[in-house]
Ligand binder design. Structure first.
Ligand code: AMP
Length: 412
């Protein structure tokens, strides 16, 4: 079975085509700068070299047409393959309070995703554009996999803000959380790696990348997460503030005469590691500046790690214990220095990291010592594979549970 995974951002369209048997990626690619004068189309077929073309790509609709052409070629290039695109899985950022699971897309789901645009004005519109473009070209089942779905299991006391209840109810103001596919994927992977049942564990997953979030997972369910109603909340990130005193926004409105739009850009795009260091949003640049003695770079790293250490402590307290802590995404997977700095503050939990294992970590592995009271793991995330698995599951459920005919496949 061939499953195409689509992830549309405001000016990008990323795709990955999986053969479900063996979970092999047949082709993947990205179209960047959609809507600009010149767009970049990059793709790779069957593990070959990366092809790169410059084209004018005016819309997501047009971009999806290009992907369909690339895939047609990709499927022809694989000798003896009888593969086809049998279903499409879409990353959808916001599923509101309604969607706690992935779902086959129909007109109601589309209307709901539209309805949640006010909660994710930058993300849901391009996600929707990708869905509409794919539905026009590929008459196969389409599945929405929501970033927020995994966190719908949070208890009310964890997701409710201390604002007037009626106001929150009226506008859907609450903690939703994001990166759900990543937290779900790495938590299951980590449990499998340890040979322990996720359903009986207390785990903290740290997705540390350009956007970062930390999740407390108890018995396989998200019970708290650091991002909030929007991805601005939680720990400090590449360009986002993380949680801070909201009164500062009115203060800045007054003192700097900033509009809402300017404040939004300040908090989301000019703050965090970039804003504090004044150097870059890329932690690699900041680490190297810090090693060279740059004090603002050292401060930015100290703040970054401190926020993560505090959140891990809060979640260990919330769950009354923790069995495993998992690091993932660009920083979590690749920076042994950051993992070591964080874990060195967790000795009160009985965490003992094997420094050599941590430094040598490559791929999914345990980096704590055998006697450590808490297992520390590194697990590369794979949100596309998670979406492909969810899509396969939803399609299989539909075939199994309804009177629908088996979905048609689009053969090359
Ligand atoms: P992501 O959003 O998951 O792709 O993560 C991107 C971030 O990971 C980049 O902005 C870098 O700051 C960080 N990163 C990637 N590789 C390394 C590394 N070897 N050491 C430190 N940070 C890294």
């Amino acid at each position: 079975m061939g499953i195409l995974v689509i992830n549309c951002g405001s000016s990008t369209l990323k795709y990955k085509l999986f053969e479900t048997k063996g979970e092999r990626a047949i082709s993947f690619g990205v179209i960047e700068r959609i809507g600009e004068e010149e767009s970049a189309v990059k793709y790779c077929i069957a593990g070959g070299r990366v092809n790169e073309k410059k084209r004018k790509v005016p819309s997501h609709d047009y971009a999806f047409g290009l992907v369909a052409d690339i895939l047609r070629d990709a499927l022809c290039e694989i000798p003896d393959s009888h593969m086809s695109v049998d279903a499409v899985g879409h990353r959808v950022v916001h599923g509101g309070s309604k969607y706690s699971d992935s779902i086959l897309i129909d007109s109601q789901v589309i209307a709901d995703i539209k309805g949640y645009i006010n909660l994710a004005p930058l993300h849901n519109p391009p996600n929707l554009a990708g869905i509409e473009a794919a539905m026009k070209v590929l008459p196969v089942p389409q599945v929405a996999v929501f970033d927020t779905a995994f966190h719908q299991s949070m208890p009310e006391h964890a997701y409710t803000y201390g604002l007037p209840y009626k106001l929150c109810e009226k506008h859907g103001i609450r903690r939703y959380g994001f990166h759900g596919s990543s937290h779900a994927f790495v938590s299951q992977y980590a449990a499998d790696l340890m040979g322990l049942p996720l359903e009986e564990m207390k785990m903290i997953t740290c997705h540390l990348g350009s956007g970062s979030s930390i999740t407390a997972i108890q018995n396989g369910r998200s019970v708290d997460t650091s991002m909030g109603m929007t991805p601005l909340a939680g720990v400090m990130m590449g360009t986002r503030t993380g949680s801070f005193d909201p009164s500062i926004t009115y203060f800045l409105e007054d003192k700097e005469g900033l509009s809402h739009k300017e404040l939004d850009s300040l908090l989301n795009k000019k703050s965090g590691l970039l804003g504090v260091s004044g150097i870059s949003n890329d932690l690699r640049d900041i680490l190297s500046a810090a090693k060279g003695g740059n004090q603002r770079a050292q401060l930015a790293i100290a703040m970054h790690n401190y926020g993560i250490i505090k959140t891990i402590g809060a979640y260990a307290a919330a769950m009354n214990g923790v069995d495993a802590i998992v690091f993932t995404a660009g920083i979590g997977e690749n920076s042994s220095d950051i993992r070591e700095a964080i874990c060195s503050h967790l000795s009160y939990l009985g965490v003992v990291v094997d420094k050599q294992l941590n430094r040598d970590a490559d791929g999914a592995c345990v980096v704590s010592e055998v006697g450590s009271c808490v297992n520390i793991l590194v697990v590369p995330t794979d949100e596309e594979l998670f979406i492909a698995r969810e899509t396969e599951r939803c399609v299989a459920d539909q075939c199994f549970s309804s009177a629908h005919e088996k979905p048609k496949t689009v053969v090359r």
